[in-house]
Ligand binder design. Structure first.
Ligand code: MIC
Length: 658
């Protein structure tokens, strides 16, 4: 019998350049398309410049401006101009500010079943909704891919989730992924690709699948994959791109490494409570709590349907006096479509605050909630402080739950709309004719003489030393499990404008945990030559921002000693020359105290040999045993002080990085 393959294995097989498909082994994949957004893209462009690249080598590379859109001074607009000039220079498509959120717009305009995509944003897997192999990664990985290199990662296992049945009224795609988060929490799918299959798919639209694939990032999954079927074809046809469709489905007896099943008809409205996407309970369990804000939008609920159903629910009524109903449209085309359907008018009449198309409050770029007030959001993440308000109370919900609660002023199960307002659940029918995002600027055929337009806040990448043999350094911070990149390098309107200025952004390192961290790190760098930090499980979960490695590295971080890591965070540490170490015996974590001094001897040799690394805790006069899980390729880069140093050595580049 012919080999039976899942969609995931078909896609990986078709893109495999290095390694074999044994789970846990490093593989190198050919990547057809890249996506960068502005908050990570400025560094990507600086990295491409430092590498001396002339023109990108991918089939399609697109730069979106969707994150840093508050223009409170010159910094963000300078970045936009810089990115536009870099797109002209390197041959990249440019989606300008206001055009829309990268993931949904990319799916609509460039997504192609069977292709691979890598993006400097952790929610890039959203494109898995249409039979693509799509990964989020750190900016430097993306820069290398744009230069024609493979994407490296450990071959994941495949978790096959069979969907059966049909969603009940008032329950939607967000509840499906919240159900996955209820089952697996934020680290249960690490090292796995989640592939959905089964008859239940027939009832999920392409954008519903996007919702589920997008938040696979919150499960810790390497990515999420859906087949490309008749619904994918309908979606591409509505985008006037039917010719880009191809069928891609699993073979009938395709094996999965791990299996699970969801009967959609049994699901109820779910909610992720503060402050983790994995903190999921039925809405019923927390109903009645008064809310301050109801927030619709983001890459986690970007579909026309999500805004349309909100409008249908609030139609002819007004948001509760206490509630700020914030509408964050996905794209300019979506606004046009809402206007055509009458939904725009319905939302405005209900008292909605309509914002520009983009990520906005999802990463704390405005719309921060008031002190001790509940904010219900359809966004993908509610890590502590991400909204911009310290000790925030952000709950993640479906548009139905957000809209119902906006009307009542307290957390409300949307099924109650029937008895409260005599409403029956509206049924959405995708309009065959839709407005389309056509405002993406194509790169020039060639770019002689186009120079990068650099504002004063755009600084050269700092240079770093290679790894030393000996260190005696303090453990400057001890943190617990699941520390997110939002806590390592905060989101929000204060820090985000410094994304292209590493010395300036480093003052915000670990700010959400310890506001005095950066000054302490400077002192430790002077006195000890650096520091380490100690962490629990799943260190650096969440976003792809390489600043969560770069800023600590700038402050002298030599190593992280953790129980385990999130994939992208781990890869970023290695890329920038920070040793991601793991306890051989996780119980050793317990005895360590913040400010303990650790001594490392013969570190280069130990790292290169891949053997156990011993660190001496001077206070306890005891030793802890540590390992790294880096590939030989990563070890070489790490010894050189990071991938950029290694690249420059290989290419004998001597001029300083500008
Ligand atoms: C996020 O949702 O956390 C972000 C902001 O989109 C990040 C990217 C960034 O930090 O710039 C992500 O998901 O990778």
């Amino acid at each position: 019998m012919a080999i039976q393959r899942s969609v995931t294995h078909k896609l990986i097989h078709a893109h495999l350049l290095e390694g074999d498909m044994t789970p846990g082994q490093e593989i190198g994949l050919r990547i057809d398309q890249t996506l960068t957004q502005d908050a990570t893209g400025t560094l990507v462009m600086l990295e491409l410049e430092a590498m001396g690249l002339e023109r990108v080598q991918t089939e399609v590379s697109v730069q979106y401006v969707d994150h840093n859109m508050l223009q409170t001074d010159f910094k963000n607009p300078d970045d936009h101009l810089f990115l536009h000039s870099a797109c002209q220079h390197f041959g990249i498509w440019y989606s300008r500010p206001g055009n829309g959120v990268s993931h949904a717009v990319h799916m609509e305009r460039f997504g192609k079943p069977g292709k691979s995509l890598a993006g400097s944003d952790s929610h890039t897997p959203a494109a898995g909704s249409m039979g693509m192999l799509a990964f989020g990664s750190g900016g430097l990985d993306i820069a290398f891919i744009m230069a024609g290199e493979p994407l490296y990662l450990k071959m994941p296992k495949v978790l096959g989730v069979e969907l059966v049945g049909t969603l009940p009224a008032w329950v939607s795609a967000k509840d499906v992924v919240l159900e996955m988060l209820r089952r697996y929490n934020v680290k249960g799918c690490r090292g796995m690709i989640v592939e959905y299959h089964g008859p239940g798919l027939a009832n999920l639209s392409a954008m519903d699948r996007h919702v589920i694939a997008n938040m696979g990032a919150e499960l810790g999954a390497t990515t999420t994959v859906f087949p490309s079927d008749a619904e994918t074809r309908r979606f591409l046809k509505a985008q006037q791109r039917e010719a880009d469709w191809q069928e891609l489905v699993a073979d009938p007896d395709a094996p999965y490494d791990v299996v699970d099943r969801i009967d959609l008809s049994t699901l109820v409205p779910l909610i992720a409570c503060p402050s983790s996407p994995g903190n999921v309970v039925p809405v019923r369990e927390v109903e009645g709590r008064p809310i301050y804000q109801s927030y619709i939008g983001s890459s986690a609920n970007p579909g026309l349907r999500d805004f349309w159903i909100t409008a249908e629910i609030v139609k002819g009524r007004r948001a509760h006096d206490r509630v700020s109903l914030d509408i964050n449209p996905t794209s300019r085309a979506l606004i046009e479509n809402l206007a055509k359907l009458g939904s725009f008018q319905q939302l405005i009449a209900a008292g909605a605050r309509f914002h520009q198309a983009g990520c906005n409050g999802c990463i704390g770029m405005g719309q921060a909630p008031a002190t001790n007030q509940i904010s219900l959001r359809t966004v993908p993440r509610n890590f502590p402080g991400r909204s911009g308000t310290k000790d925030d109370l952000v709950y993640l919900v479906s548009p139905e739950t957000a809209a119902a609660s906006a009307l009542t002023g307290h957390i409300t199960d949307p099924r109650d709309l029937e008895k409260l307002f005599g409403m029956s659940c509206p049924t959405f029918r995708e309009p065959a004719e839709q407005a389309i995002n056509r405002d993406i600027l194509a790169p020039p055929a060639s770019s002689p003489g186009v120079s990068l337009q650099r504002g004063p806040n755009i600084k050269a990448l700092p240079q770093f030393d290679d790894l030393n043999d000996f260190y005696v350094v303090p453990a400057l911070l001890k943190v617990g499990d699941n520390v997110s990149t939002d806590e390592i390098l905060m989101a929000g309107s204060k820090a985000l404008p410094f994304r292209s200025n590493i010395p300036a952004i480093s003052q915000y390192a670990y700010f959400a945990i310890d506001e005095g961290f950066a000054p302490r790190a400077h002192v430790a760098k002077e006195r000890w030559g650096g520091h380490v930090i100690v962490a629990g499980d799943n260190y650096a979960q969440g976003s792809s921002r390489e600043h969560a490695a770069l800023a600590p590295r700038y402050l002298g971080q030599v190593a992280v000693i953790a129980k385990s890591y999130a994939r992208i965070g781990w890869q970023n540490l290695a890329n920038f020359g920070i040793l991601p170490l793991e306890f051989v015996d996780p119980k050793d974590y317990d005895a360590i105290e913040q400010d303990d001094i650790f001594a490392f001897d013969d570190l280069r040799l130990a790292v290169a040999s891949g053997e156990v690394i011993v660190a001496r805790n001077q206070r306890l006069r005891s030793e802890i045993r540590l390992v790294h899980r880096l590939s030989e390729r990563q070890v070489r880069a790490l010894l050189a002080g990071g991938l950029i140093n290694q690249f420059r050595q290989q290419h004998l580049l001597e001029t300083p990085i500008e």
